[in-house]
Write a protein that binds this ligand. Structure first.
Ligand code: BGC
Length: 767
């Protein structure tokens, strides 16, 4: 091996090596100290602090911390103030556990209900996800702890996540997959952004300069640190060049050696190392402030108010559960009723999903205990209903519990028959919903379905309480039961939160942040999820979630935004007025017309003006939670931003608000519009673009200045018969490029005329 062409190492090289080495983690959960930069501790998120003391993945033995409702649950609260409060509590715990950066929020758009990490993510709607995640990040960071916005970008599936390329068109990227990230970056300035494992349109996120530098920093103004997802870096030099500052976890010296070699070979600008190190230094300085504030900084003997945080988890849980169905006022449960609690999840609640977000809870409330506490021990008999350790492969065949299963069902039937109301706890176990894999179907375990049907046949009234992180099918038992409470993965206070809602101590106010379809085959991504041959085509474009169902008028079981209450809300006087060329203010009065206090979620949707691209029939533009005592009325004022009206104009590479008439709609859900008012917007009035010979006949005649001139010229030489024929004929040739049309016999527009008109259009375009 010849070394003659390699320069001898110098002091500058040593310096470079020391600096470059800091851009790779020290291990799983810490950065290296050096060059005056202290070591930083990073821990998962998002719904609790998973502080590992050892340097390993050790998913189940982290320090005890509060397990708050997971993303799918808390998003159903549609309550930014509450999410912020949870964020503050998370920040306090991170402080107490000596964590500098909490790895969240996780905000990938839920493209398919099968997504393995849907329990961590917020919504199928980017506006809702963006607003809530902003509140989360602001809450955490108000305590001095940094956040990590993840997973950037288009990481909407687990299947093949470290190889797959998400193939997405520009409109879907801008309108669906990126806006939530953009909002958090612009409004909450997260300390870090985490690049995802997958590729976007063929380029790995961690090596994607467009994503990490042009979009994130240059367009959105991000000035924090970009960190890789754990193990997402394949080519360290390419990653640094793209704008990825910190590689996690530590990968030995390999990455550092590659950086040093590339700088020495002249293929990598050394300044990039300095810039990334500067960003790391800034992060250390920024989070150092929290160390000064935290009484237990670095001591390891820290504490937080576990009781207060448990109470917050209970309040957040109660606000997150969604009452899907409530026939004949079955809920709330009434004092004195005999309530049969059935199903093992009532004793062993499934409070979160599996994988890196798994929190070791400070304690766990059991729904059965809490219901007994609220209703009286002797009023609440219990039956297990199904075996807890049963593996269900979703093939519809019971997992082999045979005789035991039959005995459990028989016991459940008899307990149910002797009660006034049976409450069945069903759902998915943690092992069935986790990071690392997507689900392959939407079914509940067969034993749970069998139990629901048996109990429904035996009990005078049946309530189903669901615990599942991602959407499950409610078919075919839906019509057999009287009430359904979707509680998602509600966190460690699930028991108390559910008792509060079931007994009416708290009026349910959750609204679906994602659609519950009738069938998996109805879902917009069905044909393209999770992709094949290492590519996943996002063929449905911007028609994700309710944007698809409402536009194609496909029936769903429960639409986005749906959720019932124990009280009734009346809406009056919906009005919308423009506050600028492309913004508006909406007002509506909400009255609590029922007998108990409760919160309504005012949902404002925007139906687009006529546009040159196909747009969803409506999109969520603004929302507000309004808490009202019985008989109380309040006027909600909501602002519609420019983005609520805009679409991504791909050929021009920018947002566009079409001038024209929009409709502002008040929805009880995305499918149930209860009031609508028109709204005129001036929008973006563009100068017409220049014409060319490739522009179509329609474009030439449609040009506001050139069109009339052209028409006049043609009409001059035409006979009345030709004029009459040309009107019908024009439609026929509208799509034809002018180059061909101009040469047609009888048309014959001279080249110099065309040149003159092109010049005229150019002058107009740059006027
Ligand atoms: C996950 C991230 C997580 C990281 C550290 C990765 O596998 O995708 O969400 O923050 O591990 O645990």
């Amino acid at each position: 091996m010849s070394t003659t062409s390699t320069p001898e190492p110098t002091d500058a090289d040593d310096d470079l090596e020391r600096r470059a080495a800091l851009l790779t983690g020290a291990g799983f959960w810490a950065t290296k100290a050096g060059e005056g930069v202290r070591a930083l501790a990073l821990s998962d998120g998002p719904h609790g602090v998973r502080r590992q003391r050892g340097d390993d993945l050790g998913l189940l033995d982290s320090e005890p911390a509060t397990c708050f409702p997971t993303g799918s649950a808390i998003a159903s609260s549609w309550d930014a103030d509450l999410v912020r409060e949870v964020g503050v509590a998370l920040g306090r715990e991170a402080n107490a556990l000596d964590v500098d950066v909490l790895l969240g929020p996780a905000i990938n758009v839920k493209r398919s209900p099968l997504g393995g990490r849907n329990f961590e993510y917020l919504s199928e709607d980017p506006y809702l996800a963006g607003v809530l995640a902003t509140a989360w990040a602001l809450g955490v960071q108000s305590t001095g702890v940094g956040t990590s916005l993840k997973h950037f970008a288009v990481n909407s599936q687990e299947t093949d996540r470290m190889r797959v390329s998400a193939e997405v068109d520009a409109r879907a990227l801008r309108e669906i997959y990126l806006p939530a990230f953009e909002r958090v970056v612009r409004e909450a300035a997260p300390a870090t952004v985490m690049s995802s494992y997958n590729a976007v349109n063929g380029v790995f996120s961690s090596e994607n300069r467009w994503l990490l530098t042009e979009l994130l920093r240059e367009e959105w103004g991000f000035d924090g640190l970009v960190v890789s997802d754990w193990g997402a870096v394949k080519d360290r030099v390419e990653a640094l060049r793209a704008g990825l500052d910190l590689e996690m976890p530590g990968s030995g010296d390999e990455g550092t050696a590659a950086i040093v070699a590339a700088v020495r070979a002249g293929t990598l600008d050394r300044a990039l190392v300095d810039t990334s190190l500067e960003r790391l230094r800034r992060l250390a300085d920024r989070t150092a402030a929290r160390r000064d504030r935290s009484p237990a900084a670095g001591s390891g003997a820290a504490s937080f108010d576990a009781d207060a945080h448990h109470a917050l988890a209970r309040r957040a849980g109660a606000a997150s559960a969604v009452l899907l169905r409530n026939e004949g006022g079955t809920l709330p449960l009434r004092p004195g009723q005999r309530v049969a609690v059935i199903g093992g999840f009532a004793v062993d609640p499934q409070i979160q999903g599996g994988g890196s977000s798994h929190v070791n809870p400070t304690r766990v409330d059991r729904p059965l205990d809490e219901l007994r506490h609220a209703l009286g021990e002797d009023r609440v008999p219990y039956a297990a209903g199904y075996a807890m350790d049963e593996a269900d492969d979703g093939d519809g065949v019971d997992g082999g519990d045979g005789g035991d299963g039959a005995a459990l069902l028989a016991e459940a039937r008899s307990v149910a028959a002797a009660a006034d109301v049976a409450v069945v706890f069903a759902g998915l176990a943690e092992a069935e919903q986790s990071e690392g894999f997507d689900r392959t179907h939407l079914e509940l375990p067969a034993a749970h379905v069998a139990l629901i049907r048996e109990v429904a046949a035996a009990a005078p009234r049946t309530v189903v309480v669901l615990q599942n992180g991602g959407v499950v099918s409610l078919e075919p038992w839906h019509d057999d039961v009287d009430a359904i409470l979707e509680s998602w993965t509600l966190g460690q206070a699930a028991g108390g939160a559910l008792a509060d809602v079931l007994t009416g101590a708290v009026t349910p106010s959750g609204r679906l942040a994602e659609t519950i379809p009738l069938a998996l085959t109805d879902t917009p991504s069905y044909l393209n999820f999770p992709g094949e041959n290492e590519r996943v085509r996002h063929g449905e474009g911007v028609f994700v979630g309710y944007r698809s169902y409402t536009t194609t008028e496909r029936a769903v079981r429960y639409p986005f935004g749906h959720g019932l209450s124990y009280t009734e809300f009346a809406h009056d006087g919906l009005a919308a007025e423009a506050t600028g060329r492309d913004t508006a203010r909406v007002t509506v009065t909400v009255r609590n017309a029922g007998a108990v206090a409760g919160a309504d979620v005012v949902q404002v949707y925007v139906a687009p003006a006529a546009a040159p691209v196909r747009r969803p029939v409506r999109e969520l533009g603004a929302f507000a939670r309004v808490h009202l005592e019985p008989g109380e009325a309040r006027t909600a004022v909501l602002e519609l931003e420019r983005r609520a009206f805009a679409f991504w104009d791909d050929p021009k590479g920018r947002w566009r608000v079409q001038p024209g008439t929009y409709e502002v709609q008040l929805g009880r859900s995305a499918s149930d519009v209860v009031a609508r008012v028109p709204l005129e917007l001036e929008g973006d009035v563009d100068r017409p673009g220049p014409l060319s010979l490739e522009s179509t006949v329609g474009e030439w005649f449609g040009h506001p200045v050139v069109g009339p001139v052209l028409l006049e010229g043609l009409l001059e030489k035409a006979t009345p018969e030709q004029v009459e024929a040309s009107e019908a004929g024009l439609k026929l040739v509208e799509g034809m490029p002018m180059a061909q049309f101009a040469r047609f016999p009888g048309v014959e527009i001279p080249q110099e005329t065309l040149d003159g008109l092109i010049a005229l259009s150019l002058a107009q375009a740059s006027a």
